[in-house]
Design a protein. Sequence first.
Lengths: 369, 165
Amino acid sequence: MNKKMQTEIFFGPNFPGVPGNYGISYNFQGDTVVEAEPNAGHLHRGFEKLMEQRIWIKNTALVCRICVMEPDINEMAYAMGFEAIGNLEIPERAKYIRSIILELARIQAHLFSIGGNCGAIGLYTASHTGTLARDYLLDLFEEITGGRVYHIYNRPGGVRKDISDETFQKILDTIDELEKERMPEFDHLIFENPVAQKRWKNIAVLSQEKALEMGVTGPAIRATGLPYDVRKLMPYAAYDKVNFEVPTGSNGDAWDRLVIKRDEIFQSINIIRQLIKNIPDGPVNLDLGNGLKYKVPAGSAYVKIESARGEFGYYMVSDGGLKPYRVHVRGSSNPVGLYGVVAELPGTRIEDVPVWAHSLDVCPPEFDR
Amino acid sequence: MRTEEETMKLITNRFLDCNVKKLRPQNLEAKVPESITIDILSHLKSHGYSHLATISCVDWIDDNEFELAYHLFSYEDRINITIQTRIDREKAKYITAKELWPVAQFYERDIHDFFGVEFEGNDNLEELILENWNHTPPMRKDFDTRKFVNEQYEWRDYHEQENAD
């Protein structure tokens, strides 16, 4: 190919189609990508190093900041790692509450993500609608935990405080409203909109073989037809006590991924109803003694949970001291955001790049920890 | 679908000097010698353990060793295996897993950035997250963040704001 005909363009963090503080350097031939190279590091905050310097309990307030969209997922994975190394079994009620919180977190992440996908194709009305619908859930989080975005609620040994019956009723009312009013609105605006469908169908296709080879998880792998969900494969919290389906697609394109996210919102609503109906009474956390003196026996554990974007893993190592010896975070969009850009983006047209990045849920804070 | 015990046998039958143990249900951990790690990874990959979640590195400064941990998962067996291997800290060098999983090249680049481990066969180990870094790799245990800040930056004196009104 004639090199002279190629144009080099850097899509930096300010570029509207880039999902977050992250850059990609491109070589374009006409309007088609020939080469792409990720440019990470704009957001590096050294979380992993910081965690080694702080005592176990203090990190609970730190991990949720790793990814803005998935604070509960990080708290949960950290707490699960702590419990796995320490061989702790948390009370039943705490497991149910954790699942409720995680499902609420999944719904809010999906709403935001669907909104972001609409923003990527210029349908800004829908991105505002998504943010609005998410805000009602943030109100719930504020009532339950005291924080809107960062909750610091799942702590090692259980959850910070109990949820009252009135609050459960409020959760039920909010998800009822979401199901009966907000979601039909979304359907009219996005999913029944032929223009939007045209921008998503057969665009940003990821084949099943490629997805498996890259280690892609979450809606992106389910869109290729494989019902892989950590909640089913390795149940944690109270997911082994509820019935739910794992929605799958068939084409592996942006449209399938979006429809899966929409269907998962309904599944999450269903899960929350089952959990609230069957929640047992009892304590919500273990008494682990003085929080400033937590010690975890020497050992290591890799724990993973299903975030809205896919497998979120924590590799935690303890040397028996007051601080973690090492914590390594595996963000769910790590494979697509770095390797995927090099391997999958070439051949994509310039206007489809934002659709590609948003529909595959590239979240820079996860690899720029 | 294999059980945890069958998966443990899958490794120990072929590779005798491996220490595999069951941590929790669905979770195994294998401590393996440096020389056969890539063979074990390739053996496991051909038996369904095809999902490489990530590669982690731990700095065991007291033992003068780095630990590389490969997290594999099998969708059929629903078992997670962490393959841990130790390499020398002074000559921090290992073989790339890029041939088995192309995505590993970026995990290795990340480890190269933060621990300074070289991966033989990985031709692109340029800086990924850091930029123009010429100090000790920052995630090593002997990198002191406070000392680094004191050396690199000047502290500003604190003054009460004058004429506040």
